[in-house]
Design a protein around this ligand. Structure first.
Ligand SMILES: *Cc1c(COP(=O)(O)O)cnc(C)c1O
Length: 433
């Protein structure tokens, strides 16, 4: 599979180059030159395939020129070793639970697939690959869990001391093995500045094989297309047009849905659901795109004012507003709407939905006012216990914490404390690798 840059359609990069670079040098985003349609035999018989087989068929369709089939199978089976069940609320409403991975959020799909892919491409190198990440909390947890015990890869995560939640901190510091947490006496911006400087430092890049685990890496998008097929399989027997409602921040998840549609999945429509950070719904409704600083909300993993994948969405539709509007509708909701939706879903269906999924629920219900015959699948992007304080106080009841998360909160924190000066960080890196 070949890639071009959204800033330069004549550029060509291989999958391996795109994975290791993350971003093209011109600061665009990598886009597949061609997204082949899957065979009809597969598309018409999804129910005969397990989730793992679906993931393999989709990955093979995209990557067969880059990675031998046996290795694709191994990568997929190692990365995607948890299910994505579509839970029925009523005849028109399903919730696709994407939180059954180690960090309890859909980002596990992307992080684990990227880890396995990088490990595969690095297999013949005698030097370890060192992934450097700065995190303000959440993404670091998915990266740590995704790369945990991956052969040939070391992960160094920088986080601001005292500025992440206790549980988030445990997700970064309690794993051990190939995951090292650097607790920086500063802010998230300080952490990011240190990482950026290391990538530009020839003495470092000359002696250490460095890479990033950027959220816009193409290797994170590809596995997110798998579960659209898996969801469709579970609801197809109803014989209704299927729409997906996607709680969105950087719009990676929605972009992966567009890829699934291009591969032949008969999705009727996509619903872009946001909180107050509504630049994409605004664009869909008015044709005007106005990125702006993000606002803090209850569904805070979607607090993005300038969504990074919007460039990919525009590229899919050749920057034509009317074409994008044909496939995607956008709706935005306040925190008080979100709280009401969480209560409604619990009282009507006895289902605990997290604040992000609740935004997706609201958007679906709004869309179904004019399309009542469409069956909606809401992407539930995180387990409610990830936001336990908010969820318990809104629903006025206890929320169960899954075993894998509870176990982590009892584990011991291990971190390396460093200041914000670059020389200290550099010496640490040089001594360690
Ligand atoms: C990252 C995240 C989102 C937003 O996903 P995008 O692909 O960036 O649109 C939504 N919900 C949760 C829980 C997340 O962690």
């Amino acid at each position: 599979m070949q890639f071009y840059s959204t800033n330069n359609p004549t550029l060509r990069a291989s999958f391996q180059e795109a994975v290791f670079k993350g971003l093209p040098e011109d600061n665009g985003l990598f886009m597949p030159v061609e997204i082949p349609r899957l065979p009809e035999q597969f598309l018409n018989n999804l129910s005969n395939y397990s989730f793992s087989e679906i993931a393999f068929e989709v990955a093979r369709n995209l990557l067969h020129e880059d990675i031998p089939e046996n290795d694709i199978r191994r990568i997929v089976e190692t990365a995607i070793d948890f299910p994505a069940p579509a839970v029925k609320l009523d005849d028109q409403t399903y919730v696709l639970e994407l939180f059954h991975g180690p960090s309890l959020a859909f980002k596990d799909f992307g992080a684990r697939f990227m880890a396995q892919t990088m490990s595969y491409f690095n297999r013949k190198e005698d030097k370890e690959l060192v992934i450097l990440v700065a995190t303000s909390g959440d993404t670091g947890g998915a990266v740590a869990a995704g790369f945990y015990k991956t052969p040939g890869i070391q992960v160094v995560i920088l986080y601001p001391s005292g500025k992440v939640s206790p549980l988030q901190e445990k997700q970064l510091t309690a794993l051990g093995h190939n995951i090292t947490a650097l607790e920086i006496d500063g802010t998230f911006d300080d952490c990011q500045a240190l990482v950026k400087k290391a990538f530009l430092d020839r003495e470092i890049t000359g002696s250490i094989r460095l890479s990033s685990a950027n959220s816009i890496n193409i290797a994170r998008l590809i596995p997110q297309s798998f579960y659209y097929f898996e969801a469709y399989k579970q609801v197809a027997a109803q014989g209704k047009p299927v729409v997906f409602s996607i709680p969105s921040g950087n719009f990676g998840n929605l972009t992966a849905g567009l890829m699934a549609q291009k591969m032949g999945l008969p999705v009727e429509h996509f619903i872009a659901a946001t909180n107050a950070n509504d630049v994409v719904p605004e664009y869909l409704n008015t044709g005007s795109y106005q990125p702006r600083p993000s606002q803090r909300t209850l569904s805070n993993a979607m607090d993005v004012g300038a969504p990074s994948n919007f460039a990919r969405m525009l590229d899919f539709y050749c920057s034509t507003w009317n074409n994008m509007r044909h496939d995607i509708s956008g709706y935005a909701f306040s925190d008080s709407d979100t709280q009401e939706a969480m209560k409604e879903v619990f009282s009507q269906f006895n289902y605990v939905i997290d604040p992000h999924g609740a935004v997706g629920y609201l958007a679906l219900k709004e869309y179904q006012k004019t399309h009542p015959e469409h069956l909606g699948v809401i992407l539930e992007t995180a387990h409610p216990s990830k936001f336990i304080e908010d969820v318990e106080s809104i629903l006025e009841r206890k929320v169960e914490i899954p075993e894998r998360l509870a176990a982590l909160s009892d584990a011991e924190k291990v971190s390396v404390e460093l200041g914000t000066d670059y020389d200290g960080f550099k010496s640490w890196l040089q001594a360690r690798f």
